[in-house]
Design a protein around this ligand. Structure first.
Ligand SMILES: *[C@@H]1O[C@H](CO)[C@@H](O)[C@H](O)[C@H]1NC(C)=O
Ligand SMILES: *[C@@H]1O[C@H](CO)[C@@H](O)[C@H](O)[C@H]1NC(C)=O
Ligand SMILES: *[C@@H]1O[C@H](CO)[C@@H](O)[C@H](O)[C@H]1NC(C)=O
Ligand SMILES: *[C@@H]1O[C@H](CO)[C@@H](O)[C@H](O)[C@H]1NC(C)=O
Ligand SMILES: *[C@@H]1O[C@H](CO)[C@@H](O)[C@H](O)[C@H]1NC(C)=O
Ligand SMILES: [Zn+2]
Length: 441
């Protein structure tokens, strides 16, 4: 399985090598730009309205220009004193900047040229040459196909700990694979659910899910905490929840967020898979418009991916003790509720778990995470998976918003996969160990 296609190039006479290098160097200048160079000159701008009038003016401007909101997910959240990161196409950026200067609205350019940022430090271009599974590189982002082969490979090579199965099919017909991790046993054990990649463009999520599996297998023998976790719990891990969207973010639009389902009345495709759950569905913080990034869908669980996972969780809710969902970016650890400003029953157990997890995370590289109920810490949103899991009887429900806070945003460089995953690993282990103990009250 090692580097398909490379043996022939390796056996080339040395004299041909300089020519090969030359070709590699020149190809990207011709047709090799990622995503057909579609982000050339685009900018990511942080807007910082100070007054209600400024926020209002920004909302109006948003409707005129085609902007892609990076943070927060919906224009309705734009308000005075909060920051908004927008990705603005090249041909509209001059208009926006002129407007901002005229209206004296504070802003900061986070990314000057999105295409350049995308191509800087990215090894996407050589992805195709990285096929080795025995020597899998966890410090790279991987395509859906690579992640699925990786799962199949582990299913075959680590059958004492891993079992891979599908819980259904996506809108475009792709299998929805789950990786069950834990020491094989007949006992009916408590379980932890982990999903990554509900939102397609948040690539650090799937990278973390894979990292988690690797660490578990690697440290089972040496780390007593990991051994305890894998001996006493089953982990259901879904490395890529939104498979169609993730695939699309590799092939067509790096900043795609939603699923890829079609709409009968609009040309826009996709539903926000984190607004499609039957818990205060399509209320505050979700959009009824199919072209919006927070579109809640025509009805709850309209998306086959959401329905498949909801069915699975319903079926196993008696023994699933924790639900963990991985997103980016904001550096936050969130728990219910998202849809209202209220604290959950047993708040102190969950809060203690979050506080300890965030402290454990910070002990690694000093990175600070905020934590708290999602409605108060991030923003109010309805119909999301975390609230749904909690409402359906899973007592520990968390959503991580991984690195960073906007410097790279969704384009977190591959160089930062390792530090991000290392620190997050400690937080997840801490939460999991907390479950195995009695909740301190
Ligand atoms: C920018 O370009 C896109 C596509 O090339 C076009 O649809 C849009 O109308 C243009 N916007 C402005 C403000 O010129
Ligand atoms: C390019 O990537 C490196 C690390 O991968 C980063 O330090 C640097 O700031 C990036 N430059 C730009 C222009 O994004
Ligand atoms: C995983 O392995 C088991 C046992 O060999 C097999 O029955 C199952 O079909 C495999 N899963 C997938 C998704 O191929
Ligand atoms: C609160 O915690 C107690 C003890 O840990 C548990 O029995 C009870 O079911 C919990 N209630 C809720 C609403 O989670
Ligand atoms: C969890 O993290 C806290 C620090 O926040 C630490 O004191 C504790 O030992 C950790 N627990 C486990 C089981 O890792
Ligand atoms: Zn997300």
């Amino acid at each position: 399985m090692k580097f398909q296609g490379s043996p022939s190039s390796r056996s080339l006479p040395a004299a041909f090598l300089p020519l090969c290098w030359l070709l590699l160097e020149t190809v990207p200048l011709g047709y090799g730009h990622l995503y057909n160079n579609r982000y050339a000159g685009d900018k990511v701008i942080r807007l910082i309205p100070q007054t209600e009038e400024e926020a209002h003016a920004l909302k109006k401007m948003y409707h005129q220009l085609k902007v892609d909101l990076w943070q927060p997910g919906s224009i309705s959240y734009v308000s005075e004193g909060t920051v908004t990161d927008v990705h603005i196409p090249q041909n509209a950026s001059r208009t926006l900047l002129a407007f901002l200067q005229e209206a004296h609205i504070q802003y900061k350019i986070l990314i000057e040229d999105l295409q350049k940022a995308l191509e800087n430090g990215s090894s996407l271009r050589t992805q195709r040459n990285r096929r080795s599974l025995s020597d899998y590189n966890y410090e790279l982002y991987h395509s859906l196909e690579e992640i699925q082969s990786w799962m199949q490979h582990l299913n075959q090579t680590h059958s004492a700990f891993i079992q891979v199965f599908s819980i259904g099919r996506s809108y475009e017909g792709r299998p929805l694979f789950i990786l069950k991790l834990g020491r094989k046993s007949r006992a009916y054990r408590r379980a932890v659910w982990i999903d990554c990649g509900i939102h397609a463009r948040e690539w650090i999520g799937p990278a973390f899910c894979q990292w988690f599996v690797r660490e578990a297998l690697l440290t089972y023998k040496t780390d007593p905490a990991m051994r305890k976790m894998l001996n006493h719990l089953d982990f259901y891990i879904m490395p890529v929840f939104n498979v169609d969207g993730y695939h699309f973010s590799w092939t067509h639009d790096r900043f795609w967020r939603k699923t890829r389902s079609r709409n009968s009345r609009f040309r826009c495709r996709g539903v926000d898979a984190n607004r499609n759950w039957k818990v205060k569905w399509c209320d505050e913080g979700a959009s009824v418009h199919p072209c919006d990034d927070t579109y809640c869908g025509p009805f709850p669980e309209s998306e086959p991916e959401v329905k498949a996972v909801a069915n699975f969780l319903r079926k196993h809710r008696k023994h699933i003790r924790a639900y963990l969902s991985f997103h980016a970016y904001a550096q936050m650890l969130l728990y219910p509720y998202s849809y209202k400003y209220a604290t959950i029953p047993n708040f102190s157990c969950v809060e203690t778990a979050a506080y300890k997890a965030v402290r454990a995370l910070r002990s690694v590289h000093g990175v600070r995470y905020r934590y708290g109920p999602a409605s108060q810490t991030l923003y109010v949103s309805s119909g999301n998976s975390m609230d749904w899991a909690y409402k359906n009887g899973i007592p520990y429900a968390f959503a991580f918003e991984l690195r960073d806070t906007g410097h790279f945003g969704f384009l977190l460089p591959e160089m930062l996969i390792k530090p991000t995953c290392t620190e997050t690993m400690l937080a997840v282990k801490n939460i999991t160990m907390h479950l195995l103990q009695k909740c301190p009250r």
